[in-house]
Design a protein around this ligand. Structure first.
Ligand code: ADP
Length: 513
């Protein structure tokens, strides 16, 4: 790549699509994001309109190209990252029969619950690396077969949003190994659709897209679209991977055992593995990055959304004060939390406000404050919530470590990383050094890096490390680590003891809410 060339990373996410123009050293020249709504036609369903998603992808590229003042010849390549687990059924005229069901869609919770318990379900997880969960397209397809067989029967293809976009541009149905590996239909060992699972669904491999490596390059974009995007139809479009695995690349956690921890609205711990690995207890996922690299990890539902919940439901006073002081209410909340010692003087919080994915995969789990006494005030509750989020992330990290071995280097990102205090809390909880890379738009950067790797402009994804500055490092405070170890033990015991009671309160809630 010469110095006036750029690479475009596209990140088709849950709330928006972002197109980011990167210079040769990974610096962002321009970006443009286009948001879209989530549709909930029934409780627990979560869909998006494929036409709107596609138009957002187009508009985001147009906006970024315009803002970055990029000419068609300057575009070295385009790389694509997309959210995992989406599903669209299309007919033989390539028209969507359904909206795009996204990962938060819960309609198949009954199917998932039934399959989770069976030996066959565990075998499927081990074969595919995708946990048996309503997020998985496999479970969504089971739901369709049962509840909307007429739509299921009419489906010519079962595709994800990335395949939908690529079909519009190139008139081909292709899917990268990475997105495929998060469908629940893909064999990690064979790098192929799993015949046994297809038979179970009564679908034919012709109804799925052609599988290709994550470095697969498409050329010859439909001229109409190339014109609309102000790029050449010959520009290499590298298919890329899923947003989760590319986020690891984008923060520079690219070698085996290097881990990325993200805490945004939700949270995740992910590490690179040089072999596909699954967990005896079904706690972690395993998705493809390249043909030699896999990402093992686990997502938690209960990340920064808990501090947002606290701010919005109980923090009216803090919002007022923060407004007067001209600061972010989150900063005020974390200042309050810092007034009480590590361990919140014995106030413990189980943070499962929206059930939990890894490591427990328990949709019925609920939040619990434990150990409340008259001594505890506002600050304790805030700190306990922040500690609870760290404990849930730590419990995922322990499960990942069990599967892949020790985590050698941990890089953190996401909204929580804006708070030095919260980062230090996580560092103390983990008892390990944490690095904070100066990274923005990690998945788009990962997609751009993979595109340059595919074009031969970089020899290894490790090159991303040299693009990123480490803006700070945290060392654990041993005293705090010891306090948290004691509390974490109680946390896991409490969860186990309350597991059955969580089912009771959750069914009570569905009856009366
Ligand atoms: P998303 O996952 O939706 O992209 P972000 O990565 O922006 O979300 O993270 C949002 C979360 O980050 C908030 O819910 C909040 O918990 C946390 N957060 C944002 N700013 C701060 C801050 N200044 N201090 C502490 N936490 C923060």
């Amino acid at each position: 790549m010469n110095s006036n060339q750029i690479v475009i990373g596209i990140d088709i996410g849950t709330t928006s699509t972002k197109a980011v123009i990167f210079e040769e050293d990974g610096r962002i020249r321009a970006m443009h994001a286009v948001e879209y709504p989530m549709l909930h036609p029934q409780p627990g369903w979560a869909e998006q309109d494929p036409y709107i998603l596609f138009s957002a992808v187009v508009q985001s590229i147009q906006g970024a190209v315009y803002k970055g003042n990029v000419s068609a010849e300057q575009v070295k390549a385009i790389g694509i990252s997309a959210a995992m687990h989406s599903l669209i059924l299309v007919d033989e005229h390539h028209r969507p029969l359904t909206n795009c069901m996204i990962w938060t869609d819960n309609r198949s919770s009954k199917q998932a619950e039934q399959w989770q318990k069976t030996k066959r379900g565990i075998e499927i997880y081990k074969k595919t690396g995708t946990p048996i969960h309503p997020m998985s397209p496999l479970m969504k397809l089971m739901w369709f077969k049962e509840h909307e067989p007429h739509v299921f029967e009419r489906a010519h293809k079962f595709i994800s949003i990335k395949e939908y976009v690529l079909y519009q541009w190139f008139h081909q149905y292709v899917v990268d190994y990475s997105i495929a590996s998060a469908t629940g239909l893909f064999s990690l060992q064979a790098f192929d659709w799993d015949e046994e699972i297809l038979r179970l669904l009564h679908i034919d491999r012709q109804q799925l897209s052609q599988l290709v490596p994550t470095t697969y390059t498409l050329r010859g974009m439909d001229k109409k679209w190339a014109e609309q995007l102000s790029i050449s139809a010959h520009t290499p479009v590298v298919i890329g991977a899923s947003d989760g695995v590319l986020a690891n690349v984008g923060v520079g956690a690219v070698l085996p055992h290097e881990a990325a921890i993200t805490i945004g609205t939700s949270g995740a711990v992910r590490t690179i593995s040089s072999l596909p690995k699954t967990d005896e207890h079904g706690r972690t996922f395993c998705y493809v990055l390249t043909e030699n690299e896999w990402v093992v990890g686990g997502p938690t539902n209960n990340g920064g959304i808990l501090l947002r919940w606290l701010r919005d439901e109980f923090g009216a006073q803090e919002k007022e004060v923060a407004k007067r002081l001209g600061i972010d209410p989150y900063d005020l909340l974390t200042q309050y939390a810092a007034r009480v010692p590590a361990g919140s003087e014995g106030l413990l919080f189980l943070p499962f406000l929206s059930g939990e994915r890894a490591p427990y995969w328990d949709a019925h789990a609920r939040g619990t404050f434990f150990g409340i006494s008259l001594r505890h005030g506002r600050e304790h509750f805030i700190r306990a919530v922040m500690e609870g989020v760290c404990m849930s992330v730590f419990s995922v990290a322990l499960a990942v470590r069990d599967v892949t071995g020790p985590l050698s280097e941990i890089r953190v990102s996401g909204g929580f990383a804006k708070s030095t205090f919260w980062r230090q809390m996580l560092c103390d909880m983990m008892g390990k050094e944490l690095l904070v890379p100066d990274t923005h738009e990690a998945s788009a950067l990962g997609a751009a890096a993979l595109a340059l790797y595919a074009t031969g402009d970089i020899v290894s994804l490790q090159e991303v490390k040299s693009w990123l500055r480490i803006s700070s490092r945290h060392e654990p405070n041993e005293q705090h680590t010891a306090i948290y170890a004691e509390l974490f033990d109680l946390y896991t015991r409490l969860y186990r003891q309350l597991k059955d009671e969580f089912r009771v309160i959750s069914s009570f809630q569905s009856k009366y809410v």
